[in-house]
Write a protein that binds this ligand. Structure first.
Ligand SMILES: NC(=O)C1=CN([C@@H]2O[C@H](COP(=O)(O)OP(=O)(O)OC[C@H]3O[C@@H](n4cnc5c(N)ncnc54)[C@H](O)[C@@H]3O)[C@@H](O)[C@H]2O)[C@@H](O)CC1
Ligand SMILES: [K+]
Length: 516
């Protein structure tokens, strides 16, 4: 399959290979001297260091590649300003090559000394210029020793380009890794600075221009940072709209003790703009749901002790065939064997776009490839634990390699996968990935996932293509989380508040109070 270019609402994040190709293009094709790029990288790093530590002794720890070269430039600039700077190295200066060797020779004052933990005593800040985008595998040898000692020292760290030990392309940190208070990264942010564990190890991110123009003829990035531009031109209600043209969402789920989840998914769909919403729930619990949902219709399905059973699948599929729209399957479904059979049966036959969430995902544990047989689009909305069960692995493994697991699930299920977290990833089966900027801690409360699933359903029902629907939903959900936090305080937000804020989250600055 050929992968389409990233849409313009994603800011491209070049991985290490693309960044190397970009540097090479700037140097070899545009004729920008590599030593000048390094000069500008060092200067940009210096401005971050000055902000973080305006005074005190700085230890600059340099590796033997160009990342270390940036460190030598920084050390020179700081010493020229009269700062007290120690240069500690993980490789002898004689081993340096090219631009890094050039800049090491320009260092004024005391020469570099081999790294030792004692060299960190009394310093205010450590600058990590050990490993950058040229790293392969886990840190080894002297680099590993230095990273360990820096982490152990507890001294605040500013990272040069990427925290050493973090993979710039994936955010994985397989061995030891620096935890920085800030990272100065050059030309563009890298995926690994936005994906955990790399994201939380990068601290505050400064993306620094080092004079490489846009337009490098590298293979286009396949990972991008989600921006609010994804909301531009989303379908909305107009003068000619009716409840039928605004999209129909079916929600199927619920069980005894879990009636709130399908209600919140229905609310997410309604507040997400769906014209009408039908909640298909266990018959014995229908009244509870009907009381909670004033604007939605309810459909009773056969149940056993408040849990859905296999027979209900045909009823929901038939309704989907008649009414169209999108189906949100799983919120509050529970884990009864019959309910799982219901979910698998319904996912297999429903010929409308499907959002599979919560226990609907659990029903497909270890069977993710079954979903590839569906003809209509599928969006999965797992957190790490749910994705682990889908792929028959552990939550720890998913968290350690989030990008890889999101890719794998998307590929195997032939579905868009929304791997939730502060760094929510949206992976398309064609290989493209969007990363949310996060920053909505208020969403860390029960039921917000149900709201998100309903919202994705609403956008799919409005005809938005699945990758964009998932991305726009993630963006709206985060914005709604922030709006709800403004109103209720971040610790007082409940999922219903997030749903209630979705309409306002759609408004852009230019829209507020505009027009007739
Ligand atoms: N001209 C350029 O290419 C520019 C590069 N820049 C800097 O250069 C960096 C990339 O430089 P390089 O490609 O030289 O690579 P790095 O400096 O990231 O590291 C490569 C060095 O580390 C060693 N190494 C690799 N994997 C290791 C591991 N697992 N454990 C221990 N040592 C390991 C290698 O032997 C090599 O000497 C960027 O991150 C950026 O900071 C900037 O100066 C801007 C311009
Ligand atoms: K580094």
């Amino acid at each position: 399959m050929t992968r389409p270019a990233l849409p313009d609402w994603l800011d491209p994040l070049p991985d290490a290979a693309r960044m190397r190709a970009t540097d090479a293009w700037a140097i070899d094709e545009l004729g920008i001297p590599g030593v000048d790029l390094m000069d500008r990288a060092g200067a940009a790093l210096a401005s971050v260091v000055e902000r973080v530590a305006p005074q005190g002794t700085i230890a600059v720890v340099c590796g033997k590649g160009n990342n270390g070269g940036d460190g030598y430039v920084l050390a020179r600039l700081l010493r020229e300003q009269g700062r007290d700077v120690r240069v500690l190295v993980t490789a002898p200066v004689a081993e340096l090559r090219g631009d890094a060797a050039h800049h090491s020779a320009l260092l004024p004052g005391p020469g570099p000394v081999p790294f030792a933990a004692a060299g960190l005593h009394g310093v205010t800040l450590v600058v990590d210029a050990i490993l950058g985008t040229g790293v392969t595998g886990e840190p080894r040898g002297a680099a590993r020793y230095a990273i360990d000692a820096i982490v152990e020292s507890g001294v605040p760290v500013v990272a040069c380009d990427v925290p050493s030990g973090v993979d710039a392309s994936t955010g994985e940190a397989a061995g030891v890794a620096i935890r920085a208070v800030a990272t100065a990264t050059f030309h563009a942010a890298k995926p690994g600075l936005w994906i955990n564990p790399g994201k939380e190890r990068s601290g505050v991110l400064a993306v620094c221009d080092i004079g490489i123009p846009a337009g490098a003829p590298t293979e286009p990035a396949d990972v991008g940072l989600l921006t609010e531009r994804v909301l531009d031109g989303l379908p909305g209600r107009g003068a000619a709209s009716t409840k039928f043209t605004s999209g129909h969402v079916l929600v199927a789920g619920g069980s005894r003790g879990l009636t709130g989840a399908p209600c919140l998914a229905a609310l997410g769909a309604m507040r997400g703009g769906a014209g009408y919403v039908t909640a298909c729930v266990p018959g014995s619990l229908e009244e509870v749901v009907a009381i909670a949902l004033m604007e939605a219709m309810t459909v009773p399905l056969p149940d056993h002790g408040g849990a859905l059973v296999a027979d209900g699948a045909a009823l929901v599929a038939e309704r989907a065939a008649r009414r169209g729209g999108a189906l949100v399957l799983g919120p509050g479904l529970g884990t009864a064997a019959a309910s799982r059979t219901f979910a698998r049966g319904l996912a297999a036959v429903a010929d409308v776009p499907l959002v599979l969430d919560a226990d609907g995902l659990g029903a497909h544990a270890g069977r993710v490839a079954d979903l590839a047989a569906r003809t209509a689009p599928t969006v999965l909305t797992p957190h790490a634990g749910e994705l682990a069960r889908l792929l028959d692995t552990s939550s720890e493994r998913v968290q350690a390699a989030r990008l890889e697991h999101a890719h794998t699930a998307a590929e195997h299920a032939h579905a868009v996968v929304v791997l939730k977290g502060d760094d929510t990833l949206v992976a398309d089966p064609d290989g493209r990935v969007a990363i949310s900027q996060g920053g909505a801690p208020a969403l860390a409360t029960a039921g917000t996932g149900d709201v998100l699933a309903g919202l994705v359903g609403a956008l799919l029902a409005q005809g938005v293509e699945p990758f964009r629907a998932a991305c726009a939903a993630v963006e709206l959900h985060a914005r709604a989380g922030r709006l709800a936090a403004e109103q209720h305080g971040p610790d007082g937000v409940v999922a219903g508040d997030v749903a209630a804020a979705l309409g306002r989250a759609r408004l852009r600055d230019g829209d507020r109070g505009a027009g007739r």
